[in-house]
Structure formats: C-alpha cells, structure tokens
Design a protein. Structure first.
Ligand SMILES: *Cc1c(COP(=O)(O)O)cnc(C)c1O
Length: 396
C-alpha cells in the first residue's frame, strides 16, 4: 500500500484520537526510518523516547525471535526466568529493591499511586491519600494518570476525576512546602518534564523536595517514563541529580520498542502490597521481559547512557549556535538527548519543514521543538540533523 491508501484506510477505521502527520512508515534501522514511498528520514522522534537503541536493534530482534519460539506468555500465577532476571537487573541498577511489571507508563503510574495510597493508609492513617504533582507534568492517559497530570487540557470532558491530587508550580520549593497538608502522602514528579515542554528540574529543587518528604513523612515518586533509562545520560534519571526517590516508574525505552512498563519501589514500600492487591495479565510476560533484558543489557554493557551524555552535550551546543542565528529561538534546554528548543512562534510549521527535508522531530507544548533521537546516534548524525534544522528554521 502507498501512503495515501494507508492513510485512507486508517482514517476510516481507527478512532481519531491522534492528530496524525501524513506519513506512513514501513521500516526502520538504527536512527533511520523509511516511508511507504521509500523516502528515508533521520528519526529524532525515536518513538517518543521509546527507540533508544534505534530501530530493530539486532540484540532485541534476536531476543524477541528466540523467546517467541520458546514461550510467549504464561499467567503471573507462575514463575518465569526472564521476569526474575529483568527484575534483578533493574534492582541492581537502581536504588529500589522490588519491581512490579506492567505494559505502559500510565499503568506504571497507576501502580505507583495504588501502592503509595496503601502504604500511606497503613503507616499514616486513613486520611492520608493526597498526592502532590507539578503543573505542566504528564503522567499518562488513564483516569488517575490524567488527574495526576497537572494540565487541564488532558482532563477536560472526562470528569468526574478521581480525588486526591493537588498541583504546584514546578521548580518552586516554597510552593510545595505550602501545599503539603494533613491529607498529603506523596509527591510525584518527572525529573525532566517531557510533554510539558522539556523542563529539567533544578538540582537544588529535587534535593529540597527529598528533604521536605523526609521531614513530613511523604513518599517521593519519580516518573522516569520519558527521562529514565539512559535518556539524560544516566541509566536512571535520579542518578543525574543524586536524589533518591522511594518509587520509580518506567516504560517507553524499557523493552527496546516492545510495550512494557515497570514500577520500582524501596523494600519497605513494596512490602505493603500483598498477593491480590495489584495485577496485570500481560505484565512482565516472557516476551516483553526477554526484549527488555536484551535492550537493557545492551544499554548497560555498551555504555549507551555515556554516549547519550556526550552526543547530547554536543548536539545542545549546536542548537545554541542556531539560537545565536535565529532571534525567534527563545531558549535551548534539556539534558542528554531530551532536548527542547522553545520558539517565540508555533512549532508545527518547522516540524513540517524538517520532515520535507528528511528529519523527523516533534513539537511539545505548542512551541517547543523536541528532539528525542535514539541514544546511539553519532556526532555525524547529530550534524546532519542540525543542518536540516538550520535549513528549516531559515526557510520562508
Ligand atoms: C509517555 C509518558 C507517560 C505515559 O506513558 P504511556 O506508555 O503512554 O502510558 C507517563 N509519564 C511520562 C513522563 C511520559 O512521558
């Protein structure tokens, strides 16, 4: 099928929940994608932070193929080796001691919300249920996750929303201090806000939040669904800040392109979940775990976060050069390969111009050009992207 045919068929039968770009993709390799007409693109969207090892990484492809031929799915009534090994890997490379597996970022946050409420009720009392989150945050699309999300545009039309969430401005410790009340049990933050427009937490802020949580007996949850797993130059995002959370949620890059989520917690927190308290039929099935074991194995053995830090710093420098050249670039920000360029104008026309020139980028929060390339990109690929961006920004 050609692009037109795929678009027509899709528009006829798939629910219109996405504002789609008129591009049908058929194949990917490394940092490149090919559309239905055979045109290739440098992929700086990276499946929205999913394809961190690039497309069709051979280790991930092999692991999926081998596991698919052996055992794809069994119920969580039973033990499997890939699940046990993946949990071990995540624990050995984080500050947490226990893992719950699910299938997406929203589900990981749901699991964190449930675990947090159970913990708070047990140790704080029945009136402890409120979770404070940040304005401009994004935590997913289930009802609890859109309520945790501090942006009304994701909530409107879906009321009544679950109770027990409160929002504060991000990077404002005084506001958080003031917001803590008798019902508060936890703080949920993205160390780097992604959908909100690539806004990194300040180091002092996160350290202050940790201290406040300790003083007030609150749990600290980091949503690392987008910024975790190498994206900002460390395996876990909290490691960049040197601030340990009590719970971590992961998804996107976890299984190298295969759908998977996870919620990690410290031992004392995890212990309040008893058999039957939470579950996911597909969560941590052998196929997803084999894919994740391969992906995270490559990530750790081949020092992918370190490459990300180096190439990311280089790419950011080049974006700062572009900022000197174009007065409508307000700010360049971000960490590692989670980078944003805030414009004084709408971002969508520039996304289109980049696409016409063979570069896929994304626009967050209306005017922030967001770059989320695979973490394995080279300096040469970064240069190619910057040259196209330059041409797109300069075009009339
Ligand atoms: C993408 C994202 C989610 C939601 O993940 P899904 O897999 O789409 O449910 C949650 N939190 C953050 C920070 C995200 O970027």
């Amino acid at each position: 099928m050609n692009t037109k045919e795929i678009m027509a068929l899709s528009d006829q039968y798939v629910m219109h929940t996405y504002g789609r770009i008129g591009l049908a993709l058929v194949q990917g390799q490394g940092a490149e994608l090919r559309d239905a007409e055979g045109k290739t693109y440098l992929d700086f969207v990276g499946g929205l932070a999913v394809n961190s090892l690039g497309h069709c990484h051979p280790a991930v492809v092999r692991a999926i193929r081998d596991q698919a031929e052996t055992l794809m799915h069994v119920s969580n009534l039973y033990y499997t080796e890939p699940q046990a090994k993946l949990a071990e890997l995540l624990v050995q490379n984080s500050c947490c001691q226990r893992v719950f597996f699910c299938n997406s970022g929203a589900e990981a946050n749901e699991a964190a919300i449930k675990l947090t409420r159970k913990y708070a009720k047990k140790f704080g009392g029945p009136e402890k249920y409120e979770i404070i989150t940040a304005e401009k945050s994004f935590h997913g699309r289930t009802l609890a996750a859109i309520t945790a999300t501090g942006q009304t545009k994701y909530q409107q039309g879906f009321e009544p929303l679950p109770q027990g969430f409160k929002y504060v401005p991000f990077n404002d410790l005084a506001a958080l201090q003031k917001a803590v009340g008798p019902h508060t049990c936890a703080v949920l933050l993205e160390p780097v806000q992604g959908e909100g427009g690539v806004i990194p937490a300040e180091r002092d802020y996160l350290a202050g939040v940790r201290e406040l949580c300790d003083q007030q007996g609150l749990l600290l949850i980091f949503d690392e669904v987008q910024c975790g797993l190498g994206r900002i130059g460390k395996f876990m995002a909290y490691q960049h800040y040197g601030v340990e959370p009590d719970l971590i949620t992961l998804a996107k890059a976890l299984a190298g392109g295969f759908p998977m989520g996870a919620m990690l917690a410290k031992q004392a927190v995890a212990d309040v979940f008893a058999p039957g308290d939470h579950a996911a039929t597909f969560g941590g099935n052998p196929l997803a775990c084999a894919a994740a074991l391969a992906a995270m194995g490559v990530m750790l053995q081949e020092a992918v976060p370190e490459n990300c830090a180096q190439v990311g710093a280089y790419l950011k420098e080049q974006l700062l050069v572009l900022q000197q050249k174009y007065s409508f670039i307000r700010e360049v920000r971000g960490l590692g390969l989670l980078l944003g360029m805030e414009l004084a104008v709408e971002g969508a026309p520039y996304v289109r111009r980049c696409q016409e020139r063979g570069l896929l980028i994304n626009c967050a929060a209306g005017n922030v050009l967001r770059l989320l390339p695979p973490l394995i990109i080279t300096k040469e690929e970064a240069d190619r992207a910057v040259a196209i961006l330059d041409a797109a920004l300069g075009a009339e």
